[in-house]
Write a new protein. Structure first.
Length: 329
């Protein structure tokens, strides 16, 4: 006969034993957890990353630069040996020619007469354009093209030379019209008949320009444009001068009788330009000319006429300019 199982009975002593065992297991688990959370020492070399330090607004991740190069702290210190400072030699090939502009006077209607200067040499030369205003407006275009070229290529002016360019002696005529109505200044005066050499109030018109009524002025050098140019040349003596015109008659040396240095200059300009020389003779009797006044001051001077009333003949006159700046009397 099998005896029935008795129910498990725990005495107070047994309860205390079980509680002690449970407490020991809990303590062991906590100890293992703390040991596992500590960092494991490594033998890797610690690097210092130089990164720009920025302030990051709350709630955003810091934006650290990732392109900085780590510098190992275990490398020996490096002391740089400074290289010798290079000696900078002056660049003698760079020209010191800087254009300057000046207003030398004003027209009858108050427009400025502008002169551009290139170079710093003692020997001065001058180009005058626009003496007949809007009738010969292409000479003003040529002057502007030469000015722009010299700004980009100042070395074209030799070191011993200085060049003046008066781009428009008759701005009132140029503003009034491009064509015959633009030839005279605001007083109806042909400025190339107003200079005080062989001046005549009236002249024989046969063979001369007669498209519009025109005068030589009330007296020699009566016009403010004439006076301004004369004063400028007397204050800044030049040894050679080109007065540009159009159209088609060629190169005229100054002087009556002809001035030898002006003849030499005309021959030199004709050799590089192909413009007619001697010039075409229309039978006109010239009075009060700028070029003739310049010759009376000892200046080698020529009138150069462009091919027509529309083209500036820039390439031709670039060659003329180069020869003009190197020509020797």
């Amino acid at each position: 006969m099998v005896s029935p199982k008795r129910p498990l009975s725990l005495t107070p002593v047994k309860w205390l034993g079980w509680l002690g065992l449970a407490a020991g297991l809990v303590s062991l688990a906590c100890s293992l957890s703390q040991n596992l959370s500590q960092p494991v020492p490594t033998l890797e070399m610690t690097a210092t990353v130089q990164a720009e330090q920025t302030l990051t607004p709350a709630g955003q991740e810091a934006n650290l630069s990732t392109d900085s190069t780590p510098t190992a702290t275990l490398l020996p210190a490096f002391t740089a040996t400074p290289l010798p400072s290079p000696t900078i030699e002056p660049d003698t090939a760079t020209p010191t020619l800087f254009p300057e502009t000046a207003v030398i006077g004003y027209s009858v209607q108050g427009r400025p007469l502008e002169v551009w200067r290139f170079g710093e040499g003692a020997r001065r030369r001058m180009i005058v354009a626009g003496i007949h205003g809007g009738y010969e407006w292409n000479t003003i275009v040529l002057a502007d093209e030469l000015i722009a070229y010299l700004q980009a290529n100042p070395e074209l002016v030799p070191p011993d030379k200085m060049l003046f360019i008066l781009r428009n002696l008759n701005p009132d005529g140029e503003a009034r019209a491009h064509g015959p109505d633009g030839r005279a200044n605001a007083n109806g005066v042909d400025l190339n008949r107003n200079f005080p050499v062989n001046w005549q109030k009236d002249w024989r018109r046969s063979g001369c320009w007669q498209l519009r009524p025109i005068t030589a002025g009330e007296a020699p050098a009566s016009e403010p444009e004439t006076q301004a140019l004369m004063a400028f040349i007397q204050e800044n003596p030049v040894e050679a001068l080109i007065s540009y015109h159009s159209a088609g008659l060629g190169i005229f040396p100054a002087g009556d009788p002809l001035h030898p240095a002006s003849v030499s200059l005309a021959e030199s300009m004709a050799a590089v330009s192909g413009y007619p020389y001697p010039p075409k003779d229309t039978g006109c009797y010239f009075t009060g000319l700028l070029a003739n006044w310049a010759a009376s001051q000892g200046i080698a001077a020529v009138d150069i006429e462009l091919t027509n009333h529309y083209d500036s003949d820039f390439q031709i006159n670039l060659a003329v300019l180069s020869r003009f700046l190197t020509w020797e009397p």
